[in-house]
Design a protein around this ligand. Structure first.
Ligand SMILES: Cc1cc2nc3c(=O)[nH]c(=O)nc-3n(C[C@H](O)[C@H](O)[C@H](O)COP(=O)(O)OP(=O)(O)OC[C@H]3O[C@@H](n4cnc5c(N)ncnc54)[C@H](O)[C@@H]3O)c2cc1C
Length: 286
């Protein structure tokens, strides 16, 4: 499927970095019990899945080697613009910079509001299950159509089961709580698709906080405040999109433009008019 054939902008952006393989291709190699199945890989032509922790560390090491300075565990409190510079007050130090990028994830709406760009974002807690080690039985990262399930088996045999089942998020404390009923439904879905996991033991479960926009499309592009840019609200798809979003933001910051069509991701789609308020309310209701 070509990205240009997809009319949803978020899906089109995703399709640029992923390959969709039909059920028949997968079923030839992997016995499953469902008829509607797609599997995704991240463009390398192989079915390897990227480990988020290792991937982020690799990007960080590269940035450090290029002289980038990281200030971590440092709560950003307030900002103001003076003489062409953003002056940012944070818990551990004050920072001055000509350009500011708001990539605060599920908290991106707070920074956006400080910049005069109010947006409808909900912090959600997505849950995951990890099983004990099983014999290798599936190589691709699998996502199932019509059933809430994403699935991957690691090289050590453990299986990761996700599917957008939600716990409860407390973004103000960066804390999540699990919902056992959702986890049970998630595990049951997985066992229907892959009988090989029946009887597997669940070793651990956890949830992480993601920022979901009311229309499920991230905010990527310039702020209405000069010298500021947004890249947040990835609505549970930010890891796969991060390389291309990094490229877009780098181009916007250094060249003032990007050759990719990002209008659909503009923060201004939420500019507060009566009609957009109604639109957001309808999207939330749906
Ligand atoms: C269980 C689970 C499974 C997922 N599976 C997938 C998947 O298969 N594929 C995929 O593409 N995506 C997946 N995601 C989503 C993906 O992890 C997110 O979309 C991505 O991490 C968002 O990245 P981000 O940089 O925008 O936000 P984050 O990773 O949340 O980073 C934002 C950072 O900003 C910091 N911050 C916020 N406010 C402040 C402040 N005031 N001061 C200082 N720092 C601040 C936060 O502490 C945080 O470190 C999954 C998420 C979860 C939880």
């Amino acid at each position: 499927m070509l990205a240009s054939e997809i009319h949803d902008p978020a899906a089109a952006a995703f399709a640029n970095t992923a390959t969709v393989v039909c059920y028949q291709t997968l079923a030839a190699d992997y016995p499953t019990n469902v008829l509607s199945l797609v599997t995704l890989n991240t463009g390398s032509g192989h079915f390897d899945n990227a480990n988020p922790f290792q991937t982020v560390q690799a990007f960080k090491q590269k940035a450090l080697s290029l002289g980038i300075r990281f200030v971590e565990n440092n709560l950003f409190v307030s900002l103001e613009k003076q003489g062409g510079f953003w002056r940012i007050k944070s818990a551990r130090c004050n920072i001055e910079a000509p350009v500011l990028v708001n990539c605060a994830g599920a908290w991106g709406d707070q920074i956006a509001a400080m910049l005069g760009d109010p947006v409808p974002l909900e912090a959600q807690a997505l849950m995951l299950i990890i099983t004990d080690r099983l014999k290798p039985f599936v190589k691709p990262v699998v996502s199932v159509q019509g059933r809430s399930l994403s699935f991957k088996q690691f090289y050590n045999g453990t299986v990761l089961i996700g599917g957008a089942f939600r716990g409860w998020a407390e973004p103000e404390y960066n804390r999540t709580h699990l919902d056992p009923r959702g986890l049970a439904a998630n595990a049951a879905n997985a066992a229907v698709v892959f009988p090989a996991i029946r009887g597997a033991r669940i070793m651990r479960c956890w949830a992480g906080i993601v920022g979901r926009m009311a229309d499920d499309i991230p905010v990527i592009g310039a702020s209405t405040a000069e010298g500021a840019f947004h890249a947040f609200g990835f609505s549970a798809h930010g890891f796969a999109l991060s390389p291309i979003v990094g490229r877009i933001i780098a181009d916007l910051v250094t060249k003032g433009t990007t050759n990719l069509p990002i209008d659909a991701f503009s923060v201004e789609r939420f500019s507060i008019t009566a009609s957009s308020r109604l639109q957001v309310a309808i999207l939330r209701f749906l």
